[in-house]
Design a protein around this ligand. Structure first.
Ligand SMILES: [Zn+2]
Length: 319
């Protein structure tokens, strides 16, 4: 008789045959940076996640490095917004200054930057908006190029365009190469869906669109073949890592991308996924072990890299 239970009898044998193991090497921890000093303010829709001023984020980075986390992704919330998001590419912008301060103190932390306009534009859209309200693809590309270049110049290790404009990976690759940053990789938010799971992030990043939604550039949650095309185009344009976002309702997409391309895949375990689980744990509805189960499912689906607000919880569970 086939007895699969033989290999489940005790923890030793279960550990030995476990197919998917999380490691801190898999994780990128997101950080939100605001203007000002001495600010560490909890984001009300994301318990345990904070807005940090640059001075305070240095303490946080010390803590996460002590926990064994090696990589962060930065999101900036500027004081001043305008229609073209000029603070996003200013050499004195919030992210550019933050990178400088972080690298001065912790040269070994790996810094990924989010390249987009929505946190910096007065209208909250991810690109240049025309008079008729459309987000113009090709007019947006030069701005994305400027943002990515300014991050590389400030000392970022990797840039991650999240805007979902067509052709942006190729455009950014060209700008980086022309300016001597041919070794800076691009992690493309390739299959980014127009998802309700981003709700808490929009409070965190103060980036909700002032009108309309993002369905003219982010993907329809119903589509899977289209995700394969998006990923294919980004790889053709020079993406080094491709991303699926969100993660949990899109595990099938992660698996299809893995099977089709054998590329390094990142999955973004987004704010709504985090807050739902966090709230359920805090209310005693589910146990804390759900965190590892969920993150393991993302890796099992095929993700090599997991961007998650749970990275610190994972690190603590390894201690
Ligand atoms: Zn955006």
């Amino acid at each position: 008789m086939n007895r699969t239970r033989r290999l489940r009898r005790n923890p030793f044998i279960r550990d030995m045959v476990r197919e998917t193991k999380l490691s801190l090497d898999d994780f990128i921890y997101p950080l939100f940076i605001v203007e000002g000093e001495d600010i560490k303010r909890e984001i009300s829709s994301m318990r345990g996640v904070y807005h940090f001023s640059i001075d305070k984020v240095l303490d946080e980075i010390k803590e996460i490095m002590d926990l064994g986390i090696k990589s962060i992704i930065l999101f900036g919330i500027p004081n001043d917004k305008d229609s073209i998001g000029s603070e996003a590419y200013s050499s004195q912008g919030i992210i550019q200054r933050a990178i400088g301060e972080i690298k001065k103190k912790f040269p070994e932390i790996y810094i990924v930057t989010d390249v987009c306009m929505c946190e910096y534009t007065s209208h909250g859209h991810c690109g240049i908006v025309l008079d008729n309200g459309d987000v113009d693809n090709d007019k947006t590309l030069p701005y994305l190029g400027k943002i990515a270049l300014s991050h590389a110049e400030a000392g970022a290790d990797m840039v991650a365009p999240s805007d979902m404009m067509d052709g942006r990976v190729g455009y950014i690759r060209k700008i980086l190469d022309e300016n001597g940053f041919e070794m800076i990789p691009i992690m493309a938010y390739s299959a980014k869906y127009a998802s309700a799971f981003y709700g808490p992030f929009r409070e965190a990043a103060a980036s909700a669109p002032q009108w309309g939604d993002r369905r003219s550039y982010q993907m329809d949650p119903a589509n899977s073949n289209e995700a394969i095309r998006e990923v294919m185009y980004d790889i053709e344009e020079g993406a080094d890592i491709v991303m699926v976002k969100p993660a949990l309702s899109y595990l099938d997409i992660i698996r299809r991308v893995k099977d089709n391309f054998r590329m390094p895949i990142a999955a973004y375990n987004v704010s709504g996924e985090y807050s739902m689980i966090k709230n359920a744990i805090e209310n005693g509805i589910v146990g804390e072990e759900i965190i590892m189960e969920v993150l393991t499912s993302i890796k099992r689906a095929g993700a090599d890299i997991i961007i998650s607000y749970f990275a610190k919880d994972v690190a603590k569970s390894f201690k």
